[in-house]
Design a binder for this molecule. Sequence first.
Ligand code: ADP
Ligand code: MG
Length: 174
Amino acid sequence: GNPALTEPRWQTILPDEAATEAFGKWLAERVQRGDILLLYGDLGAGKTTLVRGLARSFGYTGRVTSPTFTLVHEYEGQVPIYHFDLYRLDEPDHVWEIGWADYLRGEGILCIEWPERLGSLLPEEALTIRLSHLEESPCSEAGDPVIDGRLVEVTGRGEHSEALVKEWKATCMS
Ligand code: ADP
Ligand code: MG
């Protein structure tokens, strides 16, 4: 069958930038070394903001920006964060040149912006996080407050990621 239909799924609204960063911090308390976070979403969706929250939570105080040209940034905290932005990766196989095999050894947490660029190298077991802009209601009228939040949807594939999403579903719905 189609695994996308059976993966546990959980979603929430992030009303502002602080909420995206807080969500990254919340995730940091629940993920472990070797976990892979696939961060999908258009330019400006909030992917880097989420990674910033995560890195801050592990005690990293330096700059957290999209590694657009170098493809990867490493943040050393209690747990290392490997932050990828693969927007400019034109061939999936080029990730081997930046040490992909080492990153997959499981010593840190991998956060990957534009994971779709990995093609068939996309890790099978991961937390998939999709960020999108909230859409304006067709019923909204002139003068209504402007909506500037994000929707985040999380799915898990693989034993550990599936267990995490199921647990969040259970705790957040009770
Ligand atoms: P990406 O890495 O996906 O391109 P960024 O994390 O750089 O996106 O964020 C782009 C912009 O969106 C930033 O100005 C950030 O402050 C803003 N932003 C992040 N999360 C939210 C949110 N939940 N609501 C509104 N704005 C947000
Ligand atoms: Mg980014």
